[in-house]
Design a protein around this ligand. Structure first.
Ligand SMILES: O=C1O[C@H](COP(=O)(O)O)[C@@H](O)[C@H](O)[C@H]1O
Length: 237
């Protein structure tokens, strides 16, 4: 299957690259330009990124871009409810690969807190996210089950987290296969981003995307909520 064979909704565009490095370079350049434009226009820029394994090269390339990093706010679309020192922490991933060199001057808003339980951690993150400026750039990933951020099919709270006009910014979620409780930005907050990118790699993700495009049950494949104008899809094998 090739991404050019997928029938994308009007207003959704796709960029295909021959390798993860080429994708990471191009995405980093594009994101840096949008952040720079936002700083020129409004003084600050806000970037929300995803975790997982695939964004590491993108973070490394983005950290090397010349930017007024002290005026950039960075947060996460989702987080595993583990301390930053844990190997599965998305905040830890960002600290190791993105907040390096000049990019360390960016302000990072972490979703994690050592609260008594996941629900209280989500409430705390929800309060913190009230300080998040309008999101200029959002980078989403996607799992093979069609989850994006930590909006997992069959998770408790999914229906509320997927409300298009919901006011709550952060929800507690459960991943079916990965042994960590999650915190996720809500669909409404994620969808409010000015520029949205879905960055995926591998043939299996293309198959998942193709399945998502063929149906409209958002709860079954939450990524469907974002397959709308003006999403840009970045893909490499
Ligand atoms: O668990 C997660 O998985 C998805 C996909 O990760 P990838 O490494 O396969 O690209 C990610 O978008 C999400 O933020 C993360 O928490």
């Amino acid at each position: 299957m090739a991404i050019s064979n997928l029938k994308l909704p009007q207003g959704v565009s796709a960029h295909a690259f021959k390798s993860p490095v080429l994708l990471a370079e191009s995405l980093a350049l594009g994101v840096a330009k949008k952040l720079s434009d936002a700083i020129d226009a409004q003084g600050t820029a806000t970037l929300v990124v995803s975790g997982g394994r695939s964004p590491i090269a993108f973070f490394q390339h983005l950290a090397r871009q010349t930017l007024d990093w002290s005026n950039v706010v960075i947060s996460l679309a989702d987080e595993r409810w583990v301390p930053v020192e844990h190997a599965d922490s998305n905040a830890g991933l960002i600290k190791r690969y993105l907040l390096q060199g000049p990019a360390a001057k960016a302000q990072f808003l972490s979703l994690y807190s050592a609260s008594a339980n996941l629900e209280q951690a989500a409430e705390q993150a929800d309060r913190l996210l009230s300080e998040l400026p309008v999101i200029d750039v959002l980078i989403l990933g996607m799992g093979d089950d069609g989850h994006t951020a930590s909006l997992f099919p069959n998770s408790p709270n999914l229906a509320e987290a997927l409300q298009a006009d919901g006011v709550r910014r952060c929800w507690p979620m459960l991943a079916p296969t990965v042994p960590h409780q999650r915190l996720t930005m809500s669909r409404a907050l994620l969808a409010s981003a000015k520029h949205k990118v879905l960055s995926i790699s591998g043939q299996s993700k293309l198959t998942t995307l193709s399945t998502a495009l063929a149906g409209d049950d958002v709860a079954a494949m939450p990524v469907r909520a974002f397959l709308q104008p003006t999403l840009e899809i970045y893909w490499c094998p």
